[in-house]
Design a binder for this molecule. Structure first.
Ligand SMILES: Cc1ncc(C[n+]2csc(CCOP(=O)(O)OP(=O)(O)O)c2C)c(N)n1
Ligand SMILES: [Mg+2]
Length: 438
């Protein structure tokens, strides 16, 4: 056996000997604060140019769609090509209305955080189409497993704004009793699975739910949404394996908004290939879509839903978009990316594009749009006032203290009962009452 202590058997120090020194590549974003941004190298293709395969197509026959971009809305604001979902004007206006509502809601809740009414909020500005259009393409009882940036699904499914705000304020009317971080909604009635802050956990859960639905002979499918950064988590890859192996009726949506807080998409692998291409390696049908084109988003989700419902298996969809605002209220993107990125984004803004399309086909105008924006803002404002009656952060109008011990066991075990009593006693000793603020 070779003696490892013998210098002849040890690797040459870096830069010496005949063998080249190894080197790692550490990704670095193209633009940092203050840089001039030029996105002309992003290949966006022509709207309408991408083929639409049959919904039963084998993944290997449609590989090109994992690398191009499915686009419907062209520079002329018209809908083009085989992916045009041919929605009637009323449905298009509804879609625009949901997007405007999400934007108004995000604006107000963001300000609410700055005013101290809640501890935390996350906007989805620029990404509205990636949740609203797919939600409209699914059946209302298809089960969704979102991340924290799909408030658009709840809006599209008619979840009450008041319940959303009560949850954000963690007040006494919060249906989740203050047990979840603000915006981590959950609604069984809306087939909306509890949001988890542990990234990507929702992906195997969605696949498991879809498998259970098939085992039971049900007709409901599942869909999950995950950020491009989160696809680096092992859970995402387990989800893909199970989805492919069992041909699960599930849609795996990746929202590629280019950033994962301050990490750019290169750290999740974007310099090497597309996120849609991940699907091909597992034998999963994969589509890469212009995420700022609501019609393309709808068409892709509809294709995938039809495929899953007809037992042709899972689809992975990459929505190529841009996170126009900070990651959350705790983030300041001016510290790590160029402010020009948002302005230069080659796929524009999803609300502006759908609005322009409706105007171009003679089904909308600026005046109606301004009226709609105002209506959304006023409704959100009035609902905020209503929610504030139930309490805001730190004003004590939260669920009674002892409820934190409830709802896990059918009967509270003795040790939790003891803990609850002790906690309440300590509170009374400290404040003179269990509920010092209300
Ligand atoms: C398992 C895990 N790792 C890290 C975090 C911290 N974290 C929260 S959000 C986030 C970025 C996620 O980015 P991406 O998946 O691209 O989604 P986006 O926020 O862009 O929608 C990180 C790293 C976490 N919540 N959970
Ligand atoms: Mg991201």
């Amino acid at each position: 056996m070779a003696d490892p202590a013998d210098p002849a058997n040890q690797p040459a120090p870096a830069g010496e000997g005949n063998r080249p020194a190894l080197a790692l590549h550490v990704p670095e974003p193209n633009y940092r604060p203050g840089d001039t941004v030029d996105f002309s190298d992003i290949a966006i293709g022509t709207a309408g140019a991408q083929p639409r395969p049959d919904e039963s197509a084998h993944p290997s026959q449609m590989g090109e769609l994992a690398y191009s971009l499915i686009r419907v809305l062209g520079d002329d604001d018209q809908a083009h090509g085989p992916w045009n979902p041919r929605l009637d004007p009323e449905t298009l206006r509804q879609m625009l209305g949901h997007m405007a509502m999400v934007r108004a809601f995000d604006e107000r809740m963001f300000r609410g955080q700055r005013q101290g009414k809640t501890s935390f909020y996350m906007k989805c500005t620029g990404e509205e189409a990636t949740s609203i259009a797919p939600a409209m393409a699914l059946a209302s009882d298809d089960m969704v497993f979102p991340s924290y940036r799909q408030q658009g699904i709840l809006i599209a499914r008619g979840y009450p704004l008041l319940d959303m705000i009560n949850q954000i304020y963690s007040n006494k009317a919060d249906k989740l009793k203050g047990r979840q971080l603000p915006i981590m909604y959950s609604s069984r009635d809306h087939s909306f699975f509890s949001i988890s802050g542990n990234l990507a956990t929702q992906t195997p859960q969605a696949v498991g739910w879809a498998m259970a639905s098939a085992i039971k002979g049900d007709s409901r499918i599942a869909a999950t949404w995950v950020g491009e950064g989160s696809t680096a988590e092992g859970d995402f890859h387990s989800a893909c394996t199970f989805a492919a192996v069992y041909n699960a009726p599930v849609i795996l949506n990746i929202v590629n908004n280019q950033w994962a807080i301050s990490s750019f998409s290169g750290f999740a692998g974007a310099e090497r290939t597309t996120f849609a291409a991940r699907g091909l390696g597992y034998g999963i049908a994969a589509l890469r879509v212009d995420g700022n084109d609501a019609l393309a988003c709808f068409a892709a989700a509809q294709w995938a839903a039809n495929r899953a419902r007809a037992n042709h298996g899972p689809t992975l969809i990459e929505y190529f978009t841009y996170r126009a605002e900070g990651h959350s209220t705790s983030d300041d993107p001016s510290g790590y990316r160029s402010a020009q990125e948002r302005e230069e984004w080659p796929l524009g803004d999803p609300v502006t594009r759908l609005k322009a399309h409706l105007i171009a086909i003679g089904e909308w105008d600026e005046q109606r749009h301004a009226g709609m924006d105002l209506e959304c803002a006023e409704l959100v404002k009035a609902t905020t006032k209503e929610a504030e009656k139930n309490g805001i952060l730190g004003h004590g109008l939260h669920h009674p203290f002892h409820t934190m011990f409830e709802d896990v066991y059918e009967e509270l075990p003795w040790h939790l009962e003891e803990q609850a009593d002790q906690a309440i006693r300590e509170r009374i000793a400290k404040f003179g009452t269990e509920r010092p603020f209300g």
